[in-house]
Write a protein that binds this ligand. Structure first.
Ligand SMILES: C[S@@+](CC[C@H](N)C(=O)[O-])C[C@H]1O[C@@H](n2cnc3c(N)ncnc32)[C@H](O)[C@@H]1O
Length: 196
């Protein structure tokens, strides 16, 4: 496997020492896109927030600062990511404000309608079945809840064979049940916001 393939595999499912280093780098590298994307939504107070594909846990930390009264959850199928996210949010995990667990976006380990807001940054291009996965997120969102998916455009085009066009993604959100979809874009980044 060439080096690039190895780095992509680590981005998709961080493991071991290299994975730990990678997700710590991602915490810094994804800061600007996360700031841009999180500004597109209003985090609902008094309603739990979920970050899917939470990686190194920086977005969880940021979400705890954006809301005073909502608990924040993180989920990732990488054990390394879960451990790093817990370390990054140690005090909030100890106080019970933050919960991080291992799980797959296609079968989220949460009851239906639990969350007011769900975020996913730089991860959806790795997901196994985007239409099914968006439906699964719709299931765990409460009525009036918001889903935000954000990613770099070149990564969307590099990793995805389908669902790279705005109209396709909009339709996919509507098919999942979302009543409204917004798409924001600049020259580098794109985000989809679905309102349940
Ligand atoms: C490129 S990292 C981004 C991490 C973080 N969201 C950020 O912005 O820095 C992608 C993360 O998505 C996770 N991931 C990829 N596919 C997933 C899936 N099907 N279910 C859950 N997590 C997944 C990976 O384990 C990895 O931690």
């Amino acid at each position: 496997m060439v080096l690039l393939d190895k780095l992509i595999a680590q981005g998709k499912n961080p493991r071991g020492f290299v994975g730990r280093v990678m997700i710590r780098i991602m915490n810094r590298a994804h800061s600007a896109i996360t700031t841009w994307a999180f500004n597109k939504i209003v985090i609902r107070e008094n309603s739990p927030v979920l970050d899917i594909g939470c990686g190194g846990g920086e977005n969880i930390h940021r979400l705890t600062k954006m809301t005073a009264r909502s608990d924040v959850y993180g989920v990732d199928y990488s054990q390394q990511a879960v451990e790093t996210s817990i370390l990054r949010n140690k005090e909030e995990v100890q106080s019970g404000r933050v919960t991080v667990c291992r799980g797959e976006v296609s079968a989220l380990p949460f009851e239906s309608e639990k969350f007011g807001t769900v975020t996913a940054v730089q991860t959806h291009y790795f997901w196994p079945d985007l239409p099914g996965d968006v439906k699964e997120i719709y299931r765990v969102l409460g009525k009036g809840g918001t889903l935000l998916i954000a990613a770099e455009i070149y990564k969307i085009n590099y990793h995805m064979n389908n669902h790279t066009e705005d109209q396709q993604v909009k339709q996919l959100f509507l098919d999942a049940g979302f009543r409204a979809v917004e798409i924001h874009q600049n020259k580098s980044w794109r985000c989809y916001v679905g309102l349940k």
